[in-house]
Design a protein around this ligand. Structure first.
Ligand SMILES: O=C(O)[C@@H](CO)OP(=O)(O)O
Length: 248
């Protein structure tokens, strides 16, 4: 069986402060580093040997990947970074506290901004210094492809071509691949892989740094998917993520 392991980064500073993050390049907390190292230990214990890893241009994902590979003593494997694996762009919500935003606009509106398929938060103004066009790391990305906000659909539209053209085809010549990315960019990939409806995807909340394994047969047909960890604990972690967008 071939497998692709999806992993959300460990806790970031803005996860801890409960702020909308999106494309803001915040670092891991100490807890986030420990979570990433733990994921590395779990993958090592299970005997994973990755042929290649993929991650985003954002340091919380890059550093999580580095911690995982360090723990596995697989620091040497090829790694490809792509802006296409970045988190959903959260537009004008970036930096705001999620429960304060729920106090102001209501839980339901925040759920729409966080989890609906095709509704995006208000975009950053064109001249906002946070517009990705002013960030050197995106200098090779055509301006029209750089978001100032995104719905999950927009995220899927930029991520799935990369999945189909780069990540998935490399499974033909590999056995195990690792993708370290973000809560919503991974939700987009999972929606595509499992053909989850626009309505059902609202309820998927990914915990930080819990490996999610997708197994494929030799014809690259998806056979099985499961988290590595205690199901009860994972359920609680998922509920905690869902609750981040509610009033206190
Ligand atoms: O703020 C964000 O960028 C994301 C992921 O951390 O959060 P949410 O779970 O609200 O989509």
């Amino acid at each position: 069986m071939k497998s692709i392991v999806l992993l959300r980064h460990g806790e970031s500073l803005w996860n801890k402060e409960n702020r909308f993050t999106g494309w803001t390049d915040v670092d891991l907390t100490e807890k986030g580093i420990q979570e990433a190292l733990k994921a590395g230990n779990v993958l090592k214990e299970k005997g994973y040997v990755f042929d290649k890893a993929y991650t985003s241009y954002l340091k919380r994902a890059v550093k999580t990947l580095n911690c995982v590979l360090d723990r596995m003593d697989q620091d040497w494997i090829p790694v490809e970074k792509s802006w296409r694996l970045n988190e959903k762009h959260y537009g004008m919500l970036q930096g705001l506290n999620k429960s304060e935003t729920a106090e102001k606009y209501g839980d339901e509106q925040v759920l729409i901004w966080r989890r609906s398929y095709d509704i995006a938060p208000l975009p950053l103004p064109e001249d906002d210094p946070r517009n990705p066009r002013f960030d050197i790391r995106y200098k090779d990305v055509p301006d029209k492809e750089l978001p100032r906000t995104e719905s999950l659909k927009d995220t899927v539209d930029r991520i799935i071509p990369y999945w189909k053209e780069v990540i998935f085809p490399s499974l033909k010549t590999s056995n195990q691949l690792l993708v370290v990315a973000h809560g919503n960019s991974l939700r987009g990939i999972i929606k595509y892989l499992k053909n989850i409806s626009n309505e059902k995807i609202v309820h998927l909340n990914l915990p930080t740094a819990i490996p999610y394994v997708f197994e494929f047969n030799d014809d690259l047909k998806l056979m099985n998917d499961y988290f590595l960890g205690d199901p009860e604990e994972i359920k609680k972690l998922m509920e905690a993520v869902a609750n981040q967008g509610k009033k206190k």
